[in-house]
Design a protein around this ligand. Structure first.
Ligand code: 7XF
Length: 390
């Protein structure tokens, strides 16, 4: 099972031992009978295998964790009720007061907001190393480095092998949020990153009908995150949602190919449009990190495109967004349906105006999640919407 397309279908899932059911059954139960007091005690002591309570582990969720561990090339994975539950469990599980957390931005606004809020309340210094570079930001107190594989919303990249090598030399674990790329386009663990995190809400689910998160990496790091995330935060994924992700991931490679094809067509159209000042898409030759993108990304450049209007103001963005028909105005991304949003007032409203400015999140920036519809129809929709500012 070496090909990702094959593993996306089969990894973690086997016909049910009792019934032969091919679709993994939804184990809709809170607790599991363990028979005798001593057997129950052994499970709780970690001395015997077995399920006990769905907040700790559940068979449907375990199948999803096994599938994602396989796709990311990780020994272990732990699933959460949202990407944010995954993020907060990593932070709470691996950091303590006095530690320093360094990130390379820009990041999803909610992630940076969460880091800053937790940092302030729990005495953890949070350093944005985007401008200075990672080497200058690492100190003896640094305990975690955080990056996104394609940044939200301006589609920048970081050289993951370089980030991993720098942090490893200091013994600092690294986390890569791989939500925008999925394992189809990027596999950070192969480049030396220690933990991969996803909001499964996006491409992994793929149909805009479930929220979830996952963290994959070594047994030791994932074990620490699981202990905090399940034992203390209680951020476990529900089995019905796990079923939706198992189903969604089977078609992930096929959907990603369509997202990438559509996004490239949309990006090329926008780049040639006079009402557009800048297009952010790593597949365009004009992207400042196109060479790194070609080296680091596989099979395509992703389904997200953002662009800045020549009339770089909120009213212009509103005029274009309000006229779109096929693109639904909404946050989130990675759905079969195309979506469009204004990051400054939505996804990045959780960070300061200064952070938005530094990250290029201007009032005239529009973010597109290009769905799997025919690219010609998407381009036609953008063409008619852009007449609002022509
Ligand atoms: O808790 P969630 O499942 O919504 O995931 C949080 C999250 C984590 N990492 C990245 C790179 C994300 O983009 C997100 C969520 N982003 C949505 C968006 O940008 O549209 C959130 C909508 S406010």
């Amino acid at each position: 099972m070496s090909h990702l397309r094959t593993r996306a279908v089969h990894a973690g899932q086997h016909p049910d031992a009792t019934t032969g059911a091919i679709a993994t059954p939804i184990s809709q139960t809170t607790a599991f009978g363990y028979g005798t007091l001593e057997h129950g005690a052994a499970i709780f002591a970690g001395e015997a295998p077995g399920y006990r309570y769905s907040r700790f582990a559940n068979p449907t969720v375990a199948a999803l964790e096994a599938k994602m561990a396989d796709l990311e090339g990780a020994p272990a994975a732990v699933a959460f009720a949202s990407g944010t539950a995954a993020t907060s469990s990593v932070l709470l599980g691996l950091l303590r007061p006095g530690d320093e957390l360094v990130f390379l931005g820009p990041l999803y606004g909610g992630t940076e907001g969460l880091m800053r809020s937790l940092g302030e309340r729990w005495g953890i210094k949070v350093t944005d190393a985007t401008a200075s570079g990672l080497a200058a930001a690492l100190t003896p107190a640094t305990r975690l480095v955080w990056v996104e594989t394609l940044t939200n919303p301006t589609l920048r990249l970081h050289d993951l092998a370089e980030v991993a090598a720098l942090a490893r030399a200091r013994g600092v674990p690294t986390v890569a949020d791989n939500t925008f790329c999925t394992p189809c386009l990027a596999r950070p663990l192969e480049l030396g990153i220690d933990l991969v995190l996803h909001s499964m809400t996006k491409y992994l689910g793929g149909h805009g009908d479930a929220t979830g998160g996952i963290v994959a990496g070594s047994e030791a790091l994932v074990g620490a995150v699981r202990k905090t995330g399940m034992g203390h935060v209680g951020g476990n994924l529900a089995p019905q949602e796990a079923f939706l992700f198992l189903r969604g991931i089977k078609t992930l490679p096929l959907r990603m190919a369509a997202h990438c094809e559509g996004a490239l067509a949309v990006a090329r159209f926008l780049a040639a449009h006079p009402a557009v000042r800048a297009v952010h898409y790593p597949g365009l030759e004009c992207h400042p990190q196109h060479a790194l993108a070609q080296r680091q990304l596989q099979e395509g450049f992703g389904g997200m495109v953002s662009f800045e209007l020549a009339r770089c103001e909120r009213a212009a963005a509103a005029a274009v967004l309000d006229r779109l028909r096929l693109f639904t105005q909404a946050v989130s991304l990675g759905d079969a349906d195309s979506l469009a949003c204004h990051p400054a007032s939505t996804t990045h409203s959780f960070v300061s105006a200064q952070t938005r400015a530094a990250g290029g999140v201007t009032e005239g920036l529009i973010r597109l999640s290009v769905g799997i519809e025919h690219p010609d129809d998407l381009v036609a929709d953008l063409e008619q919407a852009l007449r609002a500012v022509a």
